[in-house]
Design a protein around this ligand. Structure first.
Ligand code: SIN
Length: 500
């Protein structure tokens, strides 16, 4: 094992959060490490929605914050939501200044569209449904051109280096089959979410919650891991991961129906634009009852589909389905992890030297249920704040070590994990199913002790079992009502306990 010293933030992850942090770390040198070439295997490149921000003259950050809090079902931290939404316009303008080609209105302003649970049209989009890739492409170009940024596109995070006081002093990276220890004044985890723990997901399958697991193992606080968001309109066309049919289709009037053409959520015009957890449960229930669930865009979008939603149209056509003529079969699939490493808006975690940003972090802005298109805003806005804070971190001396890397799961064991997570820790949960999931995790742990996806899955399942209520994305069929008081789950190794 070799050891190198880097004089600046070490950023693990090259999605929107990681690159925003790297760009803002200037003039400190930022080393960005990703397991795959930039633009591959990160969720932000796959985002179809856009960036939510108060951009129209009928909107205001306070209205955006109120919608964010309402969607979050009692667990949004008001100050974090205020900061996020106040950053909205400036963040979109910063992304545009880097070359993100946002759709414009006739007056040259940002064109905005409506998504579920927003009281105003406020999602800035690119090319209809191509926001993620277009925005990230602009940031990749900026990062490649920035003299203070170095990028390793073949490095996998295997461990965190800590000193005896628990301060995080660096990370272990596997590169070309060898382990390299990198010491740095700040380690920024921007490792993405945990959708790959589920057999049915819209996220890259490689996202297995490993950053959260390593942070937990190092002693960082994990916030609300049981809150996983299931997207109601993942396309059920036999692909893994499942292609997304963006919520904006419903914003444009596409309707959710069953196999008989009956509305899933009633005939009211805005019925399908209720908060995402409500719609996901309706889709899940229709499928579980054998009625099927379909997104019918024929009347509302019809012939405009290819140019209004080119990415969804291409995915449909690849699957042999023309959405101008046929309703799209849909299922609810794991889409976003609201829980994660407890972090402030500037990425600070409970461990000195460790920062977290983007989907692996839980900053309190999403609560129990994320408002659509708030995640790209959070990744960029809090990514910038995190880059500036991490750049101020100072180097420490003295001994620092990392535990040996955890074993990987064999493909068959990973498949079993994903199946049990979708079946028992998915849209509908109960004590019997979650207890069964824990037994499977025990069994798998005996085969690969301490494997990081198992730690991440256990955090989700144990917290879901302990939360004996239904709230936001967490639905317990055996406890269907919300508790009178909304409480966070705060977990730290080695014991799991409800707090606050
Ligand atoms: C979508 O376009 O439906 C997804 C947007 C999001 O998850 O924020």
């Amino acid at each position: 094992m070799s050891r190198i010293e880097h004089d600046g933030p070490l950023i693990i992850g090259g999605g929107l959060a990681g690159l925003s942090a790297a760009l803002e770390a200037a003039p400190r040198r930022a080393l960005v490490v990703t397991p795959a070439p930039l633009l591959q295997a990160c969720s932000s490149a796959w985002a179809q929605g856009g960036v939510a921000a108060a951009l129209s003259h009928t909107d205001a950050p306070a209205l955006h914050a109120a919608d964010t809090e309402a969607a979050g079902a009692g667990l949004v931290e008001a100050e974090a939501a205020r900061l996020l939404t106040a950053d909205g316009r400036e963040t979109v303008e910063w992304l545009a200044s880097l070359g993100a080609p946002f759709d414009r209105d006739a007056a040259g302003g940002f064109a905005v569209s409506l998504e579920a649970a927003h009281s105003r049209a406020r999602v800035a989009r690119v090319g209809g449904d191509g926001a993620g890739r277009a925005i990230l492409s602009a940031l990749v170009a900026a990062a490649r051109a920035a003299p203070h940024i170095e990028v390793w596109e073949d490095g996998r995070l295997r461990g965190l280096i800590q000193d005896p006081a628990g301060r995080v002093r660096g990370a272990v990276i596997e590169r070309g089959g060898r382990l390299v220890e990198i010491l740095a004044p700040a380690v920024v985890l921007a490792t993405g979410g945990a959708g790959g723990l589920y057999a049915e997901t819209t996220t890259p399958a490689a996202l297995l919650g490993e950053g959260m697991a390593l942070a937990w193992r190092a002693g960082a606080e994990i916030l609300d891991p049981e809150f996983v968001q299931f997207h109601p309109t993942a396309m059920d066309v036999g692909l893994d991961p499942m292609p997304l049919a963006t919520e904006a289709l419903r914003g444009e009037g596409a309707r959710l129906v069953d196999g008989e053409g009956q509305f899933l959520l009633g005939g009211a015009l805005d019925a399908d634009l209720q908060s995402r957890d409500v719609v996901a449960r309706a889709v899940h229930a229709a499928r579980a009852a054998g009625r099927g669930a379909y997104l019918d865009a024929r009347a509302a979008i019809g012939a405009d589909f290819p140019h209004e939603f080119p990415a969804v149209f291409a995915a449909c056509m690849r699957a042999g389905l023309d959405p101008r003529e046929t309703p799209i079969p849909v299922a609810a699939a794991a889409h976003y992890h609201m829980g994660g490493i407890a972090a402030g808006p500037d990425g600070r975690t409970t461990l000195e030297g460790l920062f977290a940003v983007g989907e692996c972090a839980a900053t309190g802005v999403h609560g129990a249920n994320r408002l659509a298109s708030n995640s790209l805003l959070e990744a960029a806005a809090f990514g910038r704040r995190t880059g500036r804070a991490a750049a101020r971190a100072r180097t420490h001396a003295g001994p620092a070590v990392a535990p040996p890397p955890a074993p990987d799961l064999k493909p068959a064991d990973l498949a079993r994990l994903r199946q049990v997570m979708s079946a028992e820790a998915g849209v509908v949960r109960n004590a019997a199913g979650l207890t069964h999931a824990l037994a499977v995790l025990d069994d798998l742990d005996a085969r690969a002790p301490g494997a990081l996806p198992l730690i991440a899955a256990r955090l989700i399942v144990e917290a879901a079992l302990a939360r004996r209520e239904s709230r936001g994305g967490h639905w317990r069929s055996d406890f269907p009502t919300p508790a009178a008081e909304a409480r966070h789950t705060r977990l730290r190794a080695p014991s799991l306990a409800m707090a606050e």
